[in-house]
Write a protein that binds this ligand. Structure first.
Ligand SMILES: CC(C)(COP(=O)(O)OP(=O)(O)OC[C@H]1O[C@@H](n2cnc3c(N)ncnc32)[C@H](O)[C@@H]1OP(=O)(O)O)[C@@H](O)C(=O)NCCC(=O)NCCS
Length: 262
């Protein structure tokens, strides 16, 4: 049972990190995976009432990996903590299955009022539902919920619930609309929460050239409209001051047409 679970954890790294080449590499070189091993042991001790021992194991894990997972936190299956360092997962955090966290993520508490021992067990850290992806440096603060399959952008500060399936970014984090509408429909996991075709430099250049062409086509259309107005005196509009600047290209275009230049 334990080995099946560990194997599933390792496979999750293989699936979600394009840089992971073998299971051995994941076990030996991934602090996120190693931190989860420490966490699972610390959690078992914690649940059996050996709280100090749990904290000590957790602390050793933190010293070795730079990732702090409180043994009171609940972490589901196939959680991937990529790169790892400076991740902090607070005591009452709940993480569902298939969640991905990148470096520098904090699942932190925000209730300064909760400082008495009597209230220490109150939920004061976030819940991440299944399949959530949290970008590097994101700070998710308070007993809020990041919905199933939601994506939190790099360096976002999240202090309110994020609905399922959306992307949210910024400080404070707000829901963002993907530039590419197709991406909104694609809810499968993509590394870094961003479709990988964007990382292909050739596609990126083509994308940029395409948007410049669209912009230029729009501009030509606008100039042709203006030219039509001047060529047809019945519809000619008086020249306003702020139009004088933009009028120059229209005149140049008309001149070049008269000279037979394409
Ligand atoms: C949040 C995220 C998942 C959004 O991806 P997406 O849905 O594909 O969104 P897009 O890239 O189409 O961007 C949509 C808009 O949000 C903005 N945006 C994207 N990520 C942002 C972020 N982290 N902070 C602020 N704005 C962001 C974009 O600039 C764009 O704005 P525009 O429409 O005004 O140009 C992704 O940008 C992200 O931050 N992923 C985490 C990556 C990461 O941590 N990598 C670390 C690997 S080591």
């Amino acid at each position: 049972m334990i080995f099946k679970r560990l194997r599933a954890d390792i496979d999750a790294y293989m699936e979600r990190d394009p840089a992971a080449r073998s299971r051995a590499e994941v076990v030996l070189c991934y602090p996120g995976f190693q931190a989860l091993l420490f966490y699972r042991l610390a959690r078992a001790l914690w649940r059996h009432g050996w709280r100090l021992s749990g904290r000590i194991v957790s602390h050793v894990g933190r010293m070795l990996t730079g990732i702090e997972i409180h043994p009171g936190a609940k972490v589901g299956d196939r959680c991937v903590i990529d790169h790892g360092s400076a991740v902090v997962i607070g005591e009452t955090s709940v993480i569902g299955d298939d969640v991905t966290l990148y470096q520098g993520v904090t699942l932190g508490g925000t209730s300064p009022a909760i400082d008495s021992r009597a209230q220490a067990d109150k939920k004061r850290h976030p819940t991440l539902a299944d399949g959530a992806i949290v970008g590097s440096g994101a700070q998710i603060l308070g007993p809020i919920t990041v919905g199933e399959g939601a994506r939190v952008g790099a360096n976002a500060v999240v202090t309110r619930d994020i609905p399922r399936g959306v992307s949210a970014a910024g400080i404070p984090a707000r829901v963002i609309l993907p530039r590419d509408k197709k991406k909104a429909k694609d809810r499968e996991f993509v590394a870094y929460g961003t479709p990988d075709d964007l990382f292909d430099p050739v596609l990126r250049n083509i994308d940029s050239i395409r948007s410049q062409l669209t912009m230029l086509a729009g501009r030509i259309e606008e100039l042709e409209d203006r030219l039509g107005q001047y060529e047809n005196p019945g519809t000619e509009r008086p020249i306003e001051n702020d139009e004088e600047k933009t009028d120059a290209p229209a005149k140049a275009l008309r001149g070049s047409r008269k000279r037979g230049v394409a």
